[in-house]
Design a protein around this ligand. Structure first.
Ligand SMILES: CC(C)(COP(=O)(O)OP(=O)(O)OC[C@H]1O[C@@H](n2cnc3c(N)ncnc32)[C@H](O)[C@@H]1OP(=O)(O)O)[C@@H](O)C(=O)NCCC(=O)NCCS
Length: 150
């Protein structure tokens, strides 16, 4: 297994993996997320590849000028519990360290208990912080508000 930047023409494959792993949401354009991360100077999408080239997993990593963030950590269901997730997180941490980021953090959606077990094994802890947010696109914001009141 090797870890490298995702090739741009494999973005749809990565998005399909994120979908299979339950990481996509209708209000997020995952393909645009990946393309923006690959195009920007402060972000990338790391890909874990099998020796024959199959996409085993991904991690989108970026530095916002203050802290490092990881998104879309995903390992193909048939490739789990073999250290790929751990290796992707180590590669993301190394990517951030090289860019001077003092800290890495990430968000885990409520109900994703398996992710909590995984991150705990890697030494990640609750940062005793609540994440607040709102969509900058008013149409998306209205959609989320409607969902919340349902
Ligand atoms: C979370 C995920 C990336 C882990 O990938 P993985 O390749 O299976 O993880 P690893 O094999 O590197 O696991 C490293 C350690 O984490 C822990 N771990 C992994 N999966 C776990 C789980 N489901 N429950 C509890 N602990 C787990 C174990 O201690 C494991 O070591 P072990 O295999 O020696 O027991 C994978 O399950 C996944 O893609 N899940 C769906 C997407 C997702 O939820 N991503 C996170 C979004 S925040």
């Amino acid at each position: 297994m090797r870890i490298t930047d995702l090739e741009r023409d494999r973005v749809p494959e990565a998005v399909a993996l994120w979908h299979d792993c339950g990481l996509t949401r209708p209000w997020n354009d995952a393909e645009a997320d990946a393309r923006r991360a690959l195009a920007g100077p402060a972000s990338t999408v790391l890909a874990a590849l099998a020796p024959e080239g199959a996409l085993l997993g991904t991690a989108m990593v970026g530095h916002d000028g203050h802290r490092g963030w990881v998104y879309y950590l995903a390992v193909a269901p048939g490739a789990r519990r073999r250290g790929t997730g751990r290796a992707l997180m180590a590669a993301a941490e190394q990517w951030l360290r090289r860019r001077g980021a003092p800290k890495v953090q990430l968000m885990v959606r409520d109900g994703n208990e398996q992710a909590h077990g995984f991150y705990a094994a890697l030494g990640y802890t609750d940062q005793e912080t609540t994440v607040l947010g709102r969509f900058l696109d008013p149409a998306l914001q209205r959609l989320k508000e409607r969902q919340r009141t349902r």
